[in-house]
Design a protein around this ligand. Structure first.
Ligand code: MG
Length: 392
């Protein structure tokens, strides 16, 4: 009998968390839920406790514990041992009772537990984008030092992880990230300053959270993915390209020194990358729908226009600067995107604000979680000031 793999899920009530539970259902009894963590969705968490009976849970927001206890009573389950706040998330990330940690919290809150899991030498299935963008260098060195490993769940990086298996590291020439291109790929650039939040939220292929949808419209999301790829695969950013591919069937590619390009294709279903990360280096059967060749549209590829989408260049600049600059890029972007969504600034101001905050930042070495979060807070303050001065 194969030993049971015990999985801790940080962010279990979000869409990656829920899909991870579906994958574990399909892989049972070889995979089991050891621990669950969420920010504050107590009703969903209580229902998950009733179904999966984790040995421990964590709530990021300590103020909802009473609510959680009521919700457990309503589900008719005893309240499991409950950790709380950032310390609780960190403890859950590093605890002995799990073999794999799925890191799927949203935002900078995912950094501390991801770091704790890698410091404990665990395998981390990483879906939390911010952690790798703001602290990729720290997470990479922590994993190397303690024998931890990172398996990317983001579809592009998961694809590259798969493609890299076709050769040895010195045989790789370039990494090629595909981008859907967002809703403004063909919009005349002289009308970009009139883009409304509703237009920007109407993404052609993916239904996602509000911030990542705007980040897809500016292409900043792809810039973040360049930074993630830089640290995940230890690759110089100058050898990481972006190719626009609106159909989102090719999830990314790797070019080898002999000119061969290996692409990973499949239906856009996040259970695919989640399961790959859980079962690697094995593969297992899956309920993910197969590609239907009869109804496949023509596949297009083109280069992104960096003048129309200045966010791409800002991300390359931030990762070239290094240190805390990527953390500042991420924080300034989040504040600017919020200001745009609230109608306070123009779409084109997003990149201008980030550019200004980055220019006034003196980067330092990101050698601890605290240092990274300090740069994050500094950038938020600066970006809020910049947004106020641009307010319409
Ligand atoms: Mg992605």
């Amino acid at each position: 009998m194969a030993p049971v793999t015990r999985v801790a899920i940080i962010g279990s009530t979000g869409s990656v968390g829920v899909n991870t539970l579906r994958v574990i259902d399909a892989l049972a009894p070889d995979y089991q839920v050891a621990a669950l963590a969420a920010h504050s969705s107590t009703r969903k968490m209580a229902a998950q406790v009733a179904r999966y009976r984790p040995g421990v849970v964590a709530l990021g927001d300590a103020s909802v514990v009473a609510e959680f206890e009521r919700d457990c009573a309503a589900e008719g389950v005893p309240v499991p041992p409950t950790l709380m706040g950032e310390t609780g998330l960190r403890e859950l990330g590093g605890m002995d009772e799990s073999d794999i940690v799925v890191s799927a919290a949203v935002g900078a809150a995912g950094l501390a537990p991801t770091h704790a899991a890698l410091a404990a030498g665990k395998k981390v299935a990483l879906a939390n984008k911010e952690a790798m963008v703001i602290a990729g260098e720290l997470l990479r060195s922590t994993a190397e030092k303690h024998g931890g490993s990172i398996l990317p769940v983001d579809s592009e990086h998961n694809a590259i992880h798969q493609c890299l298996r076709a050769g040895e590291p010195p045989e790789v020439r370039r990494l090629i990230l595909t981008a859907s291109g967002g809703p403004f790929l063909d919009r005349p650039s002289d009308s970009f300053d009139r883009i409304t939040p509703d237009e920007a939220l109407d993404h052609p292929t993916w239904k996602m959270g509000r911030r990542i949808t705007i980040d897809s419209a500016t292409l900043m999301n792809k810039g973040f993915e360049v930074i993630e790829a830089r640290w995940l695969f230890d690759f110089d950013p100058s050898a990481i390209d972006i190719v626009v591919h609106p159909q989102s069937i090719v999830h990314s590619m790797v070019e080898f020194v002999d000119g061969s390009i290996v692409a990973q294709m499949g239906t856009a279903d996040m259970r695919g990358p989640i399961q790959y990360a859980l079962t690697y280096p094995r593969r297992a059967g899956s309920a993910v729908p197969r590609v239907d060749w009869a109804s496949l549209p023509p596949l297009e590829f083109r280069l992104p226009d960096r003048n129309r989408f200045p966010a791409v260049g800002l991300a390359y600049d931030a990762v070239a600067t290094g240190g805390t600059a990527p953390a500042v890029l991420n924080a300034a972007d989040e504040v600017a995107v919020d200001a745009f969504l609230e109608g306070r600034i123009a779409f084109t101001d997003i990149a201008r604000i980030i550019d200004g905050v980055l220019a006034s930042h003196a980067p330092s070495a990101p050698d601890s979680v605290e240092k990274v979060l300090e740069a994050d807070r500094w950038a938020r303050r600066r970006a809020r000031e910049a947004a106020r001065s641009r307010a319409r």
